[in-house]
Design a protein around this ligand. Structure first.
Ligand SMILES: [Zn+2]
Ligand SMILES: [Zn+2]
Length: 162
């Protein structure tokens, strides 16, 4: 079943056929700044059923300064209205879609909160979904243990240093 999405001005439109999960609410400071909210809910869908149907010429890309190592945090957005857009990676089987863009029910629910260290002081997580801080997330995704002296970095720190 086709699910539709669009930006604030409606010039950029896309569809996908099948959600694949995960459906994560990311509180990392980059997703917070991109969304202007306490976190960005993003649903992963299968790349082969995803396509931009309108407004491709309006898409602008941004690469954030690297925090830990490549690849850079990438964002694509509508140059007319500023809505963040799906940022497909040609080599990947899935594409993450900012869930607020969806115009239809994706028939899929969020499954976890990630980067929970960055939940801002004015917000609190009030649901029962699992919470993954960065250490737990890296262990879960990459089966890698972060060192005890690992320090969180933020885009904000970078900006302050320049
Ligand atoms: Zn737009
Ligand atoms: Zn994030």
């Amino acid at each position: 079943m086709t699910t539709h999405g669009s930006c604030l001005c409606g010039a950029v439109r896309f569809v996908f056929e099948e959600a694949a999960g995960p459906f994560e609410i990311c509180h990392c400071n980059r997703c917070r700044k991109l969304s202007g909210a306490q976190g960005m809910p993003a649903i992963s869908v299968l790349s082969n059923g995803y396509r931009m149907t309108q407004g491709r010429e309006l898409i602008t890309s941004y690469s954030a300064p690297i925090l830990y190592g490549p690849p850079a945090y990438q964002s694509q957005f509508c140059s007319k209205c500023g809505s963040p857009l799906p940022t497909p990676d040609p080599g990947e089987e899935s594409v993450e879609i900012p869930a607020g863009l969806l115009d239809d029910d994706p028939r899929w629910l969020p499954d976890k909160h990630i980067f929970t260290e960055f939940v801002p002081s004015w917000d609190r997580i009030s649901d029962d979904l699992p919470q993954y801080d960065m250490k737990r997330l890296i262990l879960h995704r990459e089966a890698r243990v972060l060192p005890d002296d690992f320090e969180l970095r933020t885009h904000y720190d970078d900006v302050q240093g320049t």
